[in-house]
Write a protein that binds this ligand. Structure first.
Ligand SMILES: [Zn+2]
Length: 236
């Protein structure tokens, strides 16, 4: 049965819609005989970095997997084609500030220089304006919640891939913990994280997981997070 997802983003107020077919994704990735897939989101922070992000996009495309990328604004100029490729290939894009600072404690002008500046840059690059927010270090306060302008997406599985860059350990950490509705945090600026991510995809496909973007996962779980709402997972 073809399950079509018509994604609307009420918080953006733009009425933008995109359609996805779960069957298309499933045919490319899931192990045969899996009836009811578990859903999971793979998210990447701190990019884009042309070399590693391109390798990751190639590997995700081969597997028919959509991920979500929280980008650093100052890394977009010169990498516009990489960001446009993410968008074109069905990945979701979010904001991770302009130059990776803590958003807590900022006044309105400084917050805007980090988040709105990046949002405007992405809007110019992609022609739409529906970008979710992930604050660096997952740090939030009332100011961040008030000014977010979108849902705030954190995570439920963090292997600290930046720490020892040990691919086997990163893969084991994620695969042994993964459950239906989790959000995985990785960083697409390290070759080791790209290798780990693709091994994680293959291992979790074997265990019956289906990889969705954050918006796709929200749609499947029938939740519509409001602006400033903090989401760490979308468990059933
Ligand atoms: Zn970060």
């Amino acid at each position: 049965m073809a399950l079509l997802l018509a994604l609307t983003l009420p918080w953006a107020g733009l009425g933008m819609e995109r359609c996805f077919s779960l069957d298309t994704v499933r045919a490319d990735g899931l192990a045969e005989g899996v009836e009811e897939p578990k859903l999971i989101a793979l998210t990447f922070d701190d990019g884009p970095r042309r070399s590693t992000t391109t390798d990751l996009l190639d590997g995700l495309a081969r597997r028919g997997v959509h991920a979500t990328f929280f980008l650093i604004g100052e890394l977009v100029p010169g990498n516009e084609d990489v960001v446009q490729r993410m968008d074109r290939e069905g990945h979701q894009i979010g904001i991770h500030t302009y130059d990776h600072v803590k958003l807590t404690g900022l006044n309105a002008a400084d917050f805007s220089a980090q988040v709105d500046r990046t949002r405007n840059l992405l809007k110019e690059t992609l022609g739409h304006n529906d970008f979710i927010l992930r604050p660096p270090y997952g740090m939030t306060d009332n100011g961040v919640i008030k000014r977010a302008g979108s849902p705030i997406i954190l995570w439920s599985i963090d292997p600290e891939d930046w720490n020892d860059k040990n691919v086997d350990r990163i893969v084991e950490h994620v695969v042994s913990r993964a459950s239906d509705g989790d959000i995985i945090l990785l960083h697409d600026i390290y070759p080791t994280s790209v290798e780990a991510a693709l091994r994680i995809v293959d291992a979790l496909h074997e265990k019956g997981f289906l990889f969705l973007t954050i918006d796709e996962l929200c749609e499947e779980r029938k939740v519509t997070p409001s602006s400033g709402e903090i989401c760490r997972h979308f468990y059933p």
